[in-house]
Design a protein around this ligand. Structure first.
Ligand code: AOF
Ligand code: ZN
Length: 357
């Protein structure tokens, strides 16, 4: 299973919206074949492993996610495993996709195959978090990434913010972007930084095949821009790939992919409507890199599943901008987080936290 988990991780930069699954086929302690999920619409992990194995009669299959039972863009993996003569299948996590949801395991058992569930489940729950959340609640994982100073500031009063953190932290962000399906920012950041939210081949700290897979499947990009203020010449619009989400009928030009969603009481894009749209678009991992307005709206509304903070050993002073527009009058109102990981990245710290409770 550990090897299947490692294989699944090799699919993480390119399988979306399909989850990155790994599979190993074993007989008499010999590996017969192994594989991981190919890009959407192509072979699943089990099919890759079966193709590599040739004959799998009497084999045990280790799979990180319950094999699919449905005819999707590819044929059901359970049929492939049954036809190949597998004797036993060890599954880490049940697939919450309503088209599968236990039916894969039931079909294997009905065909006389022994099925074990749960080995490696904790690791796979973490690796497939975005996909599993989307299937269980309707939209994927929302990660908010912030680069800040030791005193919690994210830009000077002038808006200057390039760069607070060092080169290593920025390279780490490139890797996080590669593992996301969608990058999101607010129009304020587009106006202040003219950000692109792209992957940069020369800055991406991956090698060989992993780098090729990441660059072949870069994340989609999106600007939340309620009133349609994104300038026609903004770098993020170059190439016509980015989506601009507005809360009003605004014309941004024929080449700009614009989506109009419901407005909230303040005339801003309603976050609930936006999140529903993200679910419809099947994004598993959504990463937000934004200024205090959008970051504040997401944090205040409790929409952030994961906070990734890069903290640089600098002090920007109290004229500098806070990470999120929020006001509380008592300590009891302050949102609380649990820190899951602290890592040194070059001269900076990376803190990964999740809302408490
Ligand atoms: C598997 N093995 O490696 C993966 C699975 O549209 P399709 O046919 O590609 O099916 C996509 C669904 O299949 C996806 O939503 C998820 O439920 C499952 N992913 N299943 O047996 C795999 N990646
Ligand atoms: Zn499948």
């Amino acid at each position: 299973m550990q090897r299947a988990i490692e294989l699944g991780r090799q699919a993480r930069y390119w399988s979306a919206p399909n989850p990155p699954v790994g599979c190993v086929l074993v007989r008499d302690d010999q590996e017969l074949g192994a594989g991981f999920t190919q890009p959407a619409g192509q072979a699943h992990a089990e099919v890759m492993a079966l193709n590599a194995a040739g004959d799998a009669t009497g084999a045990t299959g280790y799979v990180t996610l319950e094999p699919c039972s449905h005819q999707g863009q590819t044929g059901p993996c359970v049929s492939a495993l049954i036809d190949a003569g597998a004797a036993r299948v060890v599954v880490a996590v049940e697939d919450p996709n309503p088209q599968v949801a236990g039916r894969g395991i039931a079909a294997l058992r009905a065909a006389g195959i022994d099925v074990e569930l749960g080995e490696g489940a904790d690791q796979v729950e973490a690796d497939l978090a975005g996909f599993l959340l989307r299937m269980r609640r309707g939209y994927g994982r929302i990660t908010l990434k912030i680069a800040m100073s030791l005193d919690g500031r994210t830009a000077m009063a002038s808006g200057e913010s390039q760069w607070i953190t060092g080169e290593d932290a920025r390279a780490d962000v490139q890797r996080l972007r590669a593992g996301s399906d969608l990058m999101v920012t607010g129009v304020g950041t587009v106006l202040a930084d003219d950000c692109r939210l792209t992957l940069r081949a020369d800055e991406l700290p991956l090698d060989g095949d992993a780098k090729d897979r990441a660059l072949a499947h870069p994340p989609a990009r999106m600007v939340l821009d309620s009133k349609g203020r994104t300038p026609a010449g903004a770098q993020i619009l170059e190439g016509g790939q980015a989506t601009v989400v507005t809360a009003a009928n605004v014309a941004l030009g024929e080449t700009v992919h614009t989506v109009e969603l419901d407005a909230d009481a303040e005339g801003r894009v309603d976050i609930g409507a936006w999140v529903q749209y993200l679910g419809e678009q099947a994004f598993n991992d959504i990463m937000v890199e934004a200024g205090p307005t959008l970051s504040g709206a997401l944090l205040r509304g409790g929409w952030v599943d994961r906070l990734i903070i890069y903290q640089a050993p600098k002090l920007l002073g109290d004229d500098a901008r806070a990470m999120a527009a929020m006001k509380f009058s008592a300590l009891a109102e302050a949102p609380e987080f649990e820190i899951n990981e602290v890592t040194r990245i070059g001269a900076d710290l990376r803190i990964i936290a999740a809302p408490r409770g």
